[in-house]
Design a protein around this ligand. Structure first.
Ligand code: HEC
Ligand code: HEC
Ligand code: HEC
Ligand code: HEC
Ligand code: HEC
Ligand code: HEC
Ligand code: HEC
Length: 397
């Protein structure tokens, strides 16, 4: 089967700020430093997409297949990239009419694989994106997001990419003006101290004062105001932003608008790509506007893997929409049929929507596979309702 990517997963490339300076968050602790005293949180956290979001590239992190027959991607009639394993090395080898023109290692995996993965390779102290990525919806290799219809190995990784996809990386510029990273400083995954500023000083203090039961030095977002709480997530969950300050300088508790500018808050923020804008969409929703305290943690516990738990999220809806504080669902009984609404509020009010940007062309070119994202503009969607009732009724037959 020939895989021909028409548009690719999407454009991940972001413009970096001109000159990265020494960031405020230097050498954060790894999650393991918190394990001794916060074992329960640690044990569930290591299964989350945040923790697994970036890793060294090896056979356990790379999800695409290296098996003959499934291990290549045809960029165009002449250009092909083949994924192979040689000893400890995973490689992408590019050929033109069968002649090898370039080989590079998979060094870093970006993406837990929930939706897809991209891969980076080191060249001296700079990082570049490999031409072939992995696309979860079809469990296949695909062209890297935003790449043209031919492969190349020269797309440099900006510090912004790592700011959203790692806990820390010390960034600088090479004498020739390319982005560079201190390899030893790189901390994979989005771990505790990324959201809990001061974790290191806190861990040291609490260890030295074991009888102390109140926490010192560490930020707990729950104790900040709503904008600060939202900003802690919006750093990465409001789509691409225009930087004002160097990457990694924002810390939870700061005002994000002083560090970078995002897109306007509106339902138009539904840009539909793997880089969804949950912040902009939620902030435009009536639920958010009508309640003073709602934030991302109203529904999400980021210490746990809660992916695909419609029941759990629906219980959160009903904690507000209980008929006392806020109205319950007004979908008329006769339209509900036999469907029990309580199990799943989200497929009608926060439907999964197909991206128009992300499409793969499989085989002869008539079947397009879009990527899907869950809108955070909570509203009434007649079409999603019709679909849900059709499927729900089907399930119950
Ligand atoms: C030596 C033990 C110890 C270590 C190590 C430790 N903590 Fe704590 N932590 C505590 C204690 C004690 C408290 C206060 C009681 C509680 O909330 O559990 C606390 C509370 C917290 C709080 C809540 C703070 C608040 O104001 O509500 C956060 C957040 C936190 N820790 C994060 C971390 C992170 C992140 C790490 C790793 C970098 C870490 N802790 C390592 C002992 C520790
Ligand atoms: C440093 C960047 C960063 C910050 C800060 C951040 N996230 Fe994420 N988040 C990501 C990335 C990257 C992914 C995609 C992970 C993957 O699948 O590889 C993600 C995925 C998620 C997911 C989907 C995964 C799942 O398990 O369902 C949720 C939900 C989420 N984040 C919520 C939050 C919330 C809530 C906050 C704030 C408390 C937050 N994030 C802060 C970068 C971040
Ligand atoms: C502004 C922050 C930000 C930047 C910059 C960014 N990403 Fe992301 N990326 C995210 C977040 C957040 C998600 C999860 C979004 C969601 O599920 O809605 C994500 C998702 C992904 C995924 C899919 C992961 C999965 O399995 O769900 C890949 C692959 C990815 N990004 C690669 C990249 C690469 C490569 C770059 C840089 C060239 C980049 N991203 C730049 C924040 C960012
Ligand atoms: C993506 C951001 C993020 C990451 C990563 C993260 N936390 Fe949290 N954490 C939060 C938020 C947000 C809250 C406040 C939740 C609320 O509003 O109730 C919190 C609350 C806490 C608390 C206070 C008590 C509690 O249970 O709510 C502790 C302790 C804590 N985190 C420890 C950790 C440890 C240890 C890790 C790593 C193993 C970690 N966190 C990783 C965002 C994060
Ligand atoms: C923190 C409380 C809270 C939570 C949690 C909450 N909502 Fe709401 N919701 C509200 C408020 C307040 C309004 C506005 C009511 C009004 O304007 O009369 C609202 C409005 C709505 C509306 C009407 C929207 C429109 O465009 O007319 C729908 C539908 C809705 N919520 C569904 C949900 C669903 C589904 C969930 C769970 C995914 C949810 N809500 C979670 C508080 C909440
Ligand atoms: C009213 C409840 C609610 C609130 C508030 C909320 N979310 Fe979600 N979120 C959901 C539900 C429901 C899903 C779908 C979960 C699933 O399919 O497993 C989801 C999924 C996600 C995903 C995965 C998206 C995807 O397409 O796979 C991310 C990322 C995310 N939320 C981030 C956030 C951030 C950041 C905030 C705050 C700006 C936030 N959420 C606030 C209910 C909420
Ligand atoms: C089968 C799809 C579907 C499901 C499931 C569903 N809703 Fe609705 N909901 C609708 C539709 C359609 C409307 C608009 C009905 C009307 O008034 O014409 C609506 C209206 C609402 C409203 C607006 C009420 C008002 O008085 O303005 C709220 C709030 C709401 N739903 C919450 C929920 C919650 C909470 C759940 C889960 C317990 C839920 N819905 C489950 C389709 C659904």
């Amino acid at each position: 089967m020939i895989l021909l990517a028409v548009i690719g997963c999407n454009l991940f490339f972001v413009q970096g700020p001109p000159a990265p300076a020494q960031p405020a968050l230097a050498d954060p602790s790894p999650a393991a430093a918190c394990r001794g005293c916060h074992g329960e949180i640690y044990n569930s956290f290591v299964h989350t997409a945040h923790y697994l979001d970036s890793r060294p590239a090896d056979t356990s992190s790379v999800r695409g297949s290296f098996q003959e027959g499934h291990n290549s991607f045809q960029y165009n009639p002449f250009m092909r990239v083949t994924m192979t394993r040689e000893g400890d090395h995973l490689l992408q080898t590019a050929t033109i009419n069968g002649e090898v023109v370039r080989t590079a290692d998979f060094d870093i995996t970006i993406g837990s694989g929930r939706k897809g993965q991209s891969y980076l390779y080191w060249q001296d102290s700079s990082l570049y994106q490999l031409p072939v990525s992995y696309y979860r919806a079809s469990d296949q290799w695909c062209n890297s997001p935003g790449f043209p219809k031919y492969f190349f190995f020269g797309r440099a990784i900006t510090p912004n990419c790592l700011e959203c996809h790692t806990t820390f990386a010390r960034a600088g510029l090479t004498p020739s003006g390319k982005f560079s990273f201190d390899r030893g400083s790189l901390q994979y995954g989005i771990t505790c101290e990324r959201c809990h500023t001061g974790g290191q000083a806190h861990a040291a203090y609490q260890a030295a004062h074991p009888q102390e039961t109140t926490a010192r030095f560490v930020t707990n977002a729950a104790k900040l105001n709503r904008q600060q709480r939202m900003d802690g997530c919006a750093l990465c969950h409001s789509g691409f932003r225009t930087a004002i300050q160097p990457p990694f300088s924002f810390q939870v508790g700061d005002t994000l608008a002083h560090f970078s500018q995002g897109k306007a808050i509106s339902r138009q923020a539904d840009t539909l790509d793997v880089h969804g804008n949950q912040y902009g969409l939620l902030a435009a929703s009536k639920c958010f506007l009508g309640s003073a305290e709602m934030d991302c943690s109203t529904c999400h516990n980021v210490h746990r893997d809660e992916f695909n738990r419609a029941d759990l999220f629906s219980a959160k809806c009903q904690s507000c929409h209980n008929g006392k504080d806020n109205p319950v669902c007004s979908l008329p009984d006769k339209e509900r049929g036999s469907v029990h609404l309580g199990d799943n509020c989200i497929d009608c009010h926060m439907p999964v929507r197909a991206s128009k940007k992300i499409m793969l062309n499989v085989g002869s070119g008539d079947k397009l596979l879009p990527d899907y994202i869950r809108t955070h503009f909570i509203s009434i969607y007649p079409e999603a309702t019709a679909n849900f009732l059709k499927q729900g009724a089907g399930k119950r037959q």
